[in-house]
Design a protein around this ligand. Structure first.
Ligand code: SF4
Ligand code: ZN
Ligand code: ZN
Length: 323
């Protein structure tokens, strides 16, 4: 198999585009695809700071690497990485090491929010105290921290959700007829003043298989193990499996679906809840007190929103001082 562009040995076949590509042209192809989406949806303004949420897995590391290559020469757009240490044994330790190594080697400023340092408990202990499933507690904590760090930095948050993730989420919400959640799955969700940061998904049109090929080709070290709490038989996982079977029979069906959805996402209903400022911490909430402040109050006897914002402010301050 030869590269369709240069004739050298191809390492990847892109069936939906009828292309075979060598290492170099595969990386170029992915970077160009992301750049096109960034420009099309104006994901980052000219002087945006970009906060990339990195877990140590293949998708978020591929995203950080792609954005770093796209923007590192532009002095006006600064890239920051955020790692949230959930305190999940070896998984968190390995993930943290991988992210620290990657960012250190490229001089990318890294903000680490250590949940045990911040709340005095790991995510598992927090979930036990709150009597709630670990992943639901983890979701609340991660979303809150990402938003709080981005607000403090005045940055746009970029996450590593790939095409397969988004397609599965859309199908799931559709199957459950939670149509008001579908609009939030667009490539960009605009921010609201000083309470909610803008959120973007630059890997929107990049298949999961492509992010894997990208990290392998570029020899990026990433954490292969999954979080021990991940549900391997979840509805999303099953939907992904079925969509992969369809993709095999009909190459390009997933990217065609995602592109049609991009055009139509605004037609779905907006979430019905109101948008408020949390009475405790001042960040976005659909009720009087945000879900993070309610969760921490229930589990720890005290809402931790304000402390969390202070902790983050200090982390950022020391980062700028070091830099
Ligand atoms: Fe958090 Fe692990 Fe659950 Fe993902 S699988 S939400 S990282 S606890
Ligand atoms: Zn080539
Ligand atoms: Zn709050």
């Amino acid at each position: 198999m030869k590269c369709s562009i240069c004739g050298r040995k191809a390492v990847a076949q892109i069936r939906y585009a009828r292309l075979s590509l060598c290492r170099e042209h595969f990386s170029d192809y992915i970077i160009r695809k992301v750049k096109k989406l960034v420009d099309k949806y104006n994901l980052f303004d000219r002087d945006s700071r970009i906060l990339v949420a990195v877990s140590g897995g293949k998708d978020s590391l591929a995203l950080l690497d792609i954005l770093y290559k796209m923007f590192s020469r532009e002095k006006t757009r600064n890239i920051y990485a955020l790692f949230i240490d959930l305190g999940i044994g070896d998984y968190s330790r390995k993930s943290r090491e991988v992210v620290e190594k990657y960012t250190r080697e490229r001089n990318i400023p890294l903000i680490i929010v250590d949940v045990r340092e911040l709340l005095g408990v790991s995510i598992l202990e927090l979930a036990k105290k709150a009597k709630r499933p670990t992943c639901s507690v983890c979701g609340v904590v991660k979303r809150y921290i990402m938003n709080a760090v981005a607000i403090e930095l005045n940055a746009v948050v970029a996450t590593g959700h790939n095409l397969d993730d988004i397609a599965a989420y859309i199908f799931k919400e559709f199957l459950q007829q939670k149509l008001e959640n579908i609009k939030k799955l667009a490539p960009v969700v605009e921010g609201i003043n000083d309470i909610a940061a803008k959120k973007v998904r630059p890997l929107y049109e990049v298949y999961e298989k492509e992010t894997l090929t990208y990290v392998l080709i570029n020899k990026l070290e990433y954490v292969i193990d999954e979080c021990p709490f991940v549900n391997r038989d979840s509805l999303e996982r099953n939907i992904k499996k079925y969509l992969n079977e369809l993709e095999y029979k009909f190459p390009g069906i997933k990217i065609g679906f995602i592109r049609s959805f991009e055009k139509k996402s605004q037609c779905y209903p907006s979430p019905s809840g109101s948008v408020n400022k949390c009475r405790v911490c001042g960040l976005i909430s659909s009720t009087d007190v945000c879900s993070y402040c309610r969760l921490t109050a229930k589990a720890l006897g005290k809402p931790m929103g304000l402390e969390t914002r202070k902790y983050i402010r200090e982390k950022i301050y020391s980062l700028f001082k070091e830099g």
